[in-house]
Design a protein around this ligand. Structure first.
Ligand code: CA
Length: 249
């Protein structure tokens, strides 16, 4: 038995092709867990802070695409965090969804007043919050959050999580789906195994890089039927890419 190798959690230089990163700031542990679980199953990279001051430290480090911010927090309040984020150049336009307690109409108004992009009243429906997250991200970076990715006869729909080739539906596992999504975002770009591990499995996952090969193999098998062209390129010693000439030959 060989020891599994660790994926290098290097983030620099490929901010543009990673999954959107969301910080959940919520002190109620069960709710934080529910949010994390649901956001992760939508394909986002999720971080959590249970205190306001802790959240501020994380936000200052950068690299976030959206913040889900509870109003009532130990340390610094959500309202104050929001106000401070809007006062700083680096976080002025970072999307914020505030979570407020039921019926606190005035809080809602104040939340929007200090610059939150949206608010959700507790208890909220998870699908509704997910829809708002998607909408905000799409507004903030439309190219990365395009609902449909399409190359040649292959189409991937992020909202319905469906993939078709020449109109026939492909049944991909969640990992193969994310893998294809990641490769299709940047056709022609070669992704190393470590990059794919970081983006598809998450940078903290302790997974052997050969796992990537196994899942690429499965993805390829699902994508290619009979004598159809293979859209995935294996670049020896480098990694994988989605062939940018696919569908144009
Ligand atoms: Ca709270």
């Amino acid at each position: 038995m060989t020891q599994p190798t660790l994926a290098a959690p290097a983030r620099k230089g490929r901010e543009d092709l990673r999954a959107p990163r969301i910080l959940v700031v919520e002190d109620e542990a069960p709710l934080a867990l529910l949010l994390k679980y649901n956001l992760e199953s939508e394909g986002y990279a999720v971080e959590h802070a249970a205190r306001g001051d802790e959240a501020e430290v994380r936000i200052a480090e950068g690299g976030l695409d959206l913040v889900v911010l509870d109003w009532m927090l130990p340390g610094v309040s959500g309202l104050e965090i929001c106000r401070r984020m809007r006062a700083r150049e680096a976080t002025r336009t970072l999307p914020i969804i505030m979570l407020t307690a039921r019926g606190e109409e005035q809080e809602r108004v104040r939340g929007l007043g200090v610059g939150a992009d949206d608010y959700v009243v507790k208890p909220f429906s998870v699908p509704e919050l997910m829809a708002r997250v998607r909408a905000l991200l799409r507004r903030a970076s439309p190219e990365r959050i395009a609902t449909r990715l399409s190359q040649g006869d292959i189409e991937l729909d992020r909202e319905t999580r469906r993939v078709t080739r020449a109109g026939r539906e492909l049944h991909l596992g969640p990992t193969e789906f994310r893998l294809l999504e990641c490769l299709m975002q940047k056709p022609g770009r070669v992704h190393s195994r470590a990059q794919l591990l970081d983006q598809v499995w998450g940078s903290t996952a302790e997974i052997d890089e050969r796992t990537v090969d196994v899942h690429v193999g499965r993805l390829r098998k699902a994508l290619v039927q009979g004598d159809e062209a293979d859209p995935l390129r294996t670049v020896r010693g480098a990694g994988y890419s989605f062939d940018e000439t696919f569908g144009r030959r």
